[in-house]
Design a protein around this ligand. Structure first.
Ligand code: F6P
Length: 325
């Protein structure tokens, strides 16, 4: 592989707190290793339309604590087509970009994988998603901050739930993964979590009601993983019909979960992974995502990272069930 003189960097997909810290780390680490950095705006959209400009070390000053992404982000449909990727490759060549660092989630790294296969371009991914659903890394950038945000919201909901002796169904993000729901339920002392990973086939609402929690507590909070059909509204409607004696409310936390200043954990994770991305290129790695496992940086082939089967430790379910009696 030829020497890498210039890297391109972009953020793609849903924004996540800590993406800016990652942009800063990649930029500064690249410059420290004698590389030029081209910032690409609006994810793959900007790579197709040529929204590119050089970044110097001062372009990333003062951003480590800022939520969102200074590069903007998008979910590019065009990049998912061969024609879109062809345009993107031309823009790369025109700007002298030898390698790409992509910060994003499942869809974004799937795009990077296709691009790398078609055009033989070294691509390095950083796991930037609140969902924590990328395999091969213990944590993704943004997950810890979002978990804390949800916990703070649920603490507040608990005050009003207690006062009115209500059951609250609180819907959280996570796409198809229950990491946010399960762990926020533990952190906030919720009575139940309804998650997609529950493989028992049992009715999760019946299980919750069956535990008889309402008898001993003045409120109940059930964290529900978002789902097109079986979200918080679905369960609340069922309780209203099947258990009309209970006073039920719903709170859908929505996009506030993606905002805010990143936690110390996410800033450190993003900083380490950003350095990891440049080290990977120097090591001759390509088409891998930077992960952290057991506190060590690891290189995860894209094909493994984007598998949608990251296991959720089942003992987390026991922890919540046991402690919520
Ligand atoms: O992948 C991050 C995420 O926030 C998911 O948790 C959620 O399902 C989705 O993005 C929401 O996407 P959008 O911002 O397009 O509504």
């Amino acid at each position: 592989m030829g020497k890498i003189n210039t890297i391109g960097i972009l953020t793609s997909g849903g924004d996540a707190p800590g993406m800016n810290a990652a942009i800063r780390a990649v930029t500064r680490s690249a410059i420290a290793n004698g590389m030029r950095v081209m910032a690409i705006y609006r994810g793959y959209e900007g790579l197709i339309t040529g929204e590119v400009r050089e970044f110097h070390t001062e372009d990333v000053s003062g951003i480590i604590g800022r939520g969102g992404t200074i590069l903007k982000t998008a979910r590019s449909q065009e990049f998912m087509t061969p024609e879109g990727r062809k345009k993107a490759f031309k823009v790369m060549k025109k700007n002298g970009i030898d390698a790409l660092v992509v910060i994003g989630g499942n869809g974004s790294l799937t795009g990077a994988r296709l691009f790398a296969q078609e055009y033989d371009v070294p691509c390095i991914g950083l796991p930037g998603t609140i969902d924590n659903d990328l395999s091969g890394t213990d944590l993704t950038i943004g997950y810890d901050t979002t978990l804390n945000t949800i916990m703070e919201c649920v603490d507040k909901i608990r005050d009003t739930a207690n006062s009115h002796e209500r059951i609250f169904f609180v819907e959280v993000m996570g796409r198809d993964a229950g990491f946010l729901a399960q762990n926020s339920a533990i952190a906030a002392g919720a009575e139940a979590a309804i998650i997609p990973e529950d493989s028992t086939g049992a009715d999760q609402l019946e299980q919750f009601i069956g535990r008889g929690i309402r008898k001993s507590k003045s409120s109940s909070i059930v964290i529900v993983s978002e789902s097109p059909k079986c979200g918080a509204m679905y369960y609340a409607d069922r309780v209203k019909k099947e258990y009309p004696e209970y006073d039920v409310r719903v709170s859908i936390l929505g996009h506030l979960q993606r905002g805010g200043s990143p936690s110390a954990g996410d800033r450190i994770l993003a900083s380490r992974m950003g350095l990891g991305a440049i080290q990977a290129l120097l090591d001759g790695q390509r088409n891998v995502m930077i992960g952290i496992r057991n506190d060590e940086i690891v290189y995860v082939p894209f094909s493994n990272a984007v598998k949608s089967d990251k296991p959720l430790k089942k003992d987390l379910i026991d922890v919540m069930n046991t402690l919520s009696i």
